[in-house]
Design a protein around this ligand. Structure first.
Ligand SMILES: [Zn+2]
Length: 245
């Protein structure tokens, strides 16, 4: 794994160790999830082993799944300490980090949903020679999901590079869908938590049913084999501070 992280710093003659931000730790866990997907594969054919040939909207499951551990108090408190005193991260500081993460999470989620719906409708049922313009399509979607509607002169589609220049055409939804999958998979660990959030049985199930099989079968089959049912939204909403009743 090659990551572009903060380097150690030399001050006068003293070398201070590299201090990672929480964001960098999340990236490390994320990429390590991709690493595990490759390392723990049991598929002999390279084209469908590890991450290869896993559907676009499920390939981030193992990586985003790993990010969850960075928001687990038992995990974070065990792997962090003050650089000079060695003291543990204060719990109230961690709680504030959680609150900051979830601040406006509903608005951010709606924004992603607006983009995803716009992208999907553009490619699915929009007619370029019909009487509706691209902007009118976006307006309709905003009426459905947006809380704050941008001013009429807004031309967001003109710079929506992801779907017009970035290869995400009809695939923008995969960002959110991968979060649904990874959050719901992680909630299995929350439900079966033994030592902190870890449970060896759930862990080997994740290994056997998700990581080891790679793209050798449809991702939904792998998910159901692991989770025992199809994906549900509840865990993602809960992890974003939006409790469901
Ligand atoms: Zn990734």
């Amino acid at each position: 794994m090659t990551c572009n992280f903060s380097a150690p710093v030399r001050i006068n003659d003293q070398v201070r160790p590299a201090l990672f931000t929480h964001d960098e730790v999340i990236v490390l866990f994320h990429e390590f999830g991709h690493g595990l997907h490759h390392l723990l594969t049991r598929v002999e054919d390279i084209d469908i082993s590890g991450m290869h040939s896993v559907e676009w909207d499920a390939v981030e499951l193992p990586s985003q799944f790993m990010e969850n551990f960075c928001w687990e108090w038992d995990v974070v408190s065990g792997m962090s300490q003050h650089v000079d005193t060695g003291a543990a991260l204060p719990k109230d500081l961690f709680d504030k980090m959680l609150q900051a993460k979830n601040f406006r999470s509903g608005m951010l989620m709606l924004r992603q949903i607006e983009f995803a719906l716009f992208d999907m409708h553009l490619h699915y049922d929009f007619k370029s020679d019909g009487d509706k313009t691209v902007l009118q399509l976006l307006d309709e979607i905003r009426k459905e999901v947006a809380v704050i509607v941008p001013p009429a002169f807004n031309r967001f589609p003109n710079s929506f590079g992801h779907i017009f220049a970035g290869g995400y055409s009809a695939g923008y939804y995969s960002y959110k869908w991968a979060e649904v999958l990874s959050a719901d998979a992680y909630s299995m660990f929350e439900e079966t938590a033994e030592n902190a959030v870890v449970n060896p049985k759930t862990g080997s199930r994740f290994l056997e049913q998700i990581l080891a099989v790679g793209g050798s079968r449809p991702a939904m089959e792998s998910f159901v084999a692991f989770r025992g049912r199809e994906p549900e939204l509840d865990a993602l909403l809960r992890h974003n501070g939006m409790e469901t009743g």
